[in-house]
Design a protein around this ligand. Structure first.
Ligand SMILES: [Zn+2]
Length: 184
């Protein structure tokens, strides 16, 4: 069971009620982060949807005053990520993007790479996300016996995580051993 929650009280209530994962986690306090770590509740911050709202405030139907609140969400979410990391919370990666924006989910990797390191962002999106979904060892890792889900990028994302912002940079996608996209 997982929950979308922004404020600290809501997050704490959900954790105490037994959820396994919290999406957003915007105003996560240190004490709640410690509780999440103790109960092995994962966090999935969602920076891409925040960036999208800031980038296209009018398109999202938001007023200027709402934009200020979204700015504050970005600031708080950055602090929440740091608090969760410090507490030892398992941290996955998700975007919360919906509709036509879904093709740009890779932006979350670029944003997390800037806040952490590109490798940490990649591990969160692959191995940690698989752990959160209960698919440990099946996907999210390159190892004998695992399902072959692989992506070949047009460059080295460890040096240039901006690559993740454009799906055209994913030149080869293999799902369960089958090529499903090939731009080579
Ligand atoms: Zn949500």
């Amino acid at each position: 069971m997982t929950v979308h929650a922004h404020n600290n009280e809501g997050i704490r209530n959900a954790v105490e009620a037994g959820v396994r994962c919290v999406e957003h986690g915007t105003s996560l306090h240190e004490s709640t982060a410690a509780l999440m770590a103790a109960r092995d509740v994962a966090l999935v911050p969602t920076f891409a949807v925040v960036e999208q709202l800031l980038h296209d405030t009018a398109g999202a139907g938001l007023t200027a005053s709402t934009r200020d609140r979204v700015e504050s969400v970005r600031e708080q979410m950055t602090k929440a990520l740091a608090a969760a990391k410090h507490a030892g919370v398992r941290i996955g990666l998700g975007s919360d993007l919906i509709g036509p924006a879904q093709g740009r989910r890779g932006k979350e990797l670029r944003l997390r790479a800037a806040l952490e390191t590109p490798m940490e962002a990649i591990v969160a999106a692959t191995r940690t996300n698989a752990e959160i979904l209960g698919l440990s060892g099946q996907v999210g890792v390159i190892t004998p016996g695992a399902q072959a889900d692989l992506t070949l990028w047009n460059g080295n994302p460890l040096e240039d995580p901006e690559l993740f912002s454009d799906p055209n940079n994913a030149v080869l996608v293999i799902q369960a051993g089958q090529i499903v996209k090939d731009l080579r």
